[in-house]
Design a protein around this ligand. Structure first.
Ligand SMILES: Cc1cc2nc3c(=O)[nH]c(=O)nc-3n(C[C@H](O)[C@H](O)[C@H](O)COP(=O)(O)OP(=O)(O)OC[C@H]3O[C@@H](n4cnc5c(N)ncnc54)[C@H](O)[C@@H]3O)c2cc1C
Length: 470
């Protein structure tokens, strides 16, 4: 990819400071260093030339007019918790952080809607909704992520089975195009058919089509009761075969997670958390959220029956709120623990959920063929499989050499089973090669046309998702 972008000369930086205020433009190296990486497991740091922290949509628009005129690349950033390098400014230029746009504008208790700026963190959104007796169920497990970042990556997570993913909660957006034009899509209503659905085009676009500055989100009423079931099985096949029957029961669990002994043992070892039945080969963790105690009992009883029929060794119900929290926290520790283990990568292929056992089997074969341990776990209810090729006992160079072959085979297997490259984390820089190898050429070409129509100078988050020479 050629990178003929404009350079931010001292004169241009002075102009930028004039446009949006000196205190909103950071130029010192130690200030910029915080913005070189996100949570991608194998970091590829890049220093932005400046960090810009606008406080309102109009300022974002002014930055974009400036950047477009001078052909300066702009990388939008929320909480920097993304896992594919999406917020890494690989061509330098302007890193546009939304962190100061963190206002909860309105919690509308009549329409069950939150209107919030893009830099609001998930933890602040959860709190604000709760204070008004409402509930935002999207839960990727990383609460420092921002609303804008989760919209830009269409984040899913542990409660997607019952509620859906970010896309299903976004009713409207305020966004700034590369030209500086401000567009407002959707509104406080669930459905509309008024031209192209640009809201949903921007969801999951990873900052490559527009900068999201404000969002209108649907809220739910909170569940009255929650429960966690932890179910050990003698094999992963037994665990996964149980899932369609659980889904057929009707009253959908919020989440159905699968995992094997390898990850459970590592979490125990590294966090000291006591996990019941940890010695068994495979597990389902089921999160129930219901409107009454009776519904909770009924759902738990029905799941217990189905799981037992499929050979479950036990159905563990935590005896206290604390034990319940411990189990959920153990699940949230999977990625941090894996990260502490040293060399690793993360893939997040998605397959139809009925193909998870086949996919896990293929992953094991690939692991043996390449001599690289791979840990797999994920959201069994929606087919998202998180997989970590590990570099234990290998030096970095050997691992780097092997890794592309491992991922190539993994994504090929996902494709053959009716799946695709990323179910949740996006493409960013990390998965670009696999996107072009696994997605139809005409589809890619259509994406390129959309990108060029909305960002003709290719200044918005360049080098992410697609390789388009400038
Ligand atoms: C421990 C851990 C667990 C996770 N679990 C899950 C999970 O279960 N499911 C899941 O889906 N994801 C998961 N994620 C990844 C998740 O996608 C990110 O946490 C989150 O969506 C990114 O939000 P952010 O604000 O940190 O965005 P960033 O990392 O800052 O940015 C992510 C992408 O969005 C773009 N972007 C950010 N803000 C804007 C904006 N306002 N306008 C336009 N573009 C923008 C960036 O350019 C970048 O491409 C996990 C991450 C971690 C670290």
């Amino acid at each position: 990819v050629t990178t003929k972008y404009g350079q931010l000369t001292p004169a241009l930086i002075a102009k930028l400071k004039k446009i949006i205020g000196e205190t909103n433009v950071l130029t010192q190296e130690e200030e910029r260093e915080k913005y070189t990486c996100d949570e991608m497991p194998v970091p590829k740091p890049h220093l932005p030339d400046v960090v810009v922290k606008p406080t309102d949509t109009e300022s974002v628009a002014k930055v974009m007019v400036f950047a477009n005129e001078h052909k300066i690349p702009v990388t939008p950033r929320g909480g920097g918790t993304g896992l594919v390098g999406g917020a890494v400014p690989i061509f330098g230029g302007i890193l546009l952080s939304l962190e100061r746009m963190n206002k909860i504008i309105e919690i509308d208790t009549h329409n069950f809607v939150a209107v919030v700026e893009a830099g609001v963190t998930l933890s602040d959104l959860y709190k604000a909704a709760e204070e008004h007796g409402l509930y935002y169920p999207v839960y990727p497990g990383e609460t420092n992520a921002t609303v804008g970042g989760t919209v830009a990556t269409n984040a899913g997570g542990m409660r997607a089975v019952k509620y859906g993913v970010t896309r299903h909660f976004v009713l409207g957006l305020t966004a700034v195009l590369s030209s500086g034009q401000i567009i407002r899509t959707g509104g406080k209503f669930v459905k509309y058919t008024t031209g192209y659905d640009l809201t949903q085009l921007l969801v999951g676009s990873e900052g490559t089509l527009a900068i999201i500055t404000e969002t209108i989100l649907r809220l739910n009423t909170p569940p009255a009761k929650t429960e966690v079931l932890f179910i050990p099985f003698p094999s992963i096949e037994g665990a996964i075969d149980t899932v369609p029957e659980i889904l057929r029961l009707g009253n959908l669990p919020a989440g159905i997670e699968f995992m094997e002994r390898d990850i459970i043992e590592k979490v125990r070892e590294h966090t000291g958390k006591e996990i019941p039945h940890h010695e068994h080969p495979a597990f389902l963790m089921i999160i129930l959220e219901t409107d009454s105690q009776e519904a909770l009992h009924e759902a738990a009883r029905a799941i217990q029956e189905v799981a037992t029929k499929h050979g479950a060794i036990d159905v563990f119900l935590p005896p206290s709120e604390r034990a319940k929290r411990e189990l959920l926290e153990a699940r949230e520790q999977f990625y941090p623990v894996m990260k502490r283990l040293g060399i690793l990568e993360i893939g997040d292929a998605v397959v139809p959920r009925s193909r998870i056992p086949d996919f896990v089997k293929r992953i094991k074969l690939i692991s043996t063929e390449h001599g690289m341990p791979i840990i797999a776990y994920g959201h069994a209810g929606d087919g998202n499989v998180h997989l970590h090729p590990l570099g234990h006992g290998m030096d970095r160079e050997e691992w780097n050499k092997k890794l592309p072959g491992v991922f190539k085979d993994i994504y090929q297997a996902a494709k053959e089973l009716g799946g695709t490259v990323s179910g949740e984390h996006g493409i960013g820089i990390d998965k670009k090669a696999y996107l072009s190898a696994n997605v139809d050429k005409d589809l890619i070409q259509t994406m390129v046309s959309i990108k060029k129509a909305l960002d003709p100078n290719l200044i918005l988050n360049p080098g992410k998702i697609l390789n388009i020479p400038r």
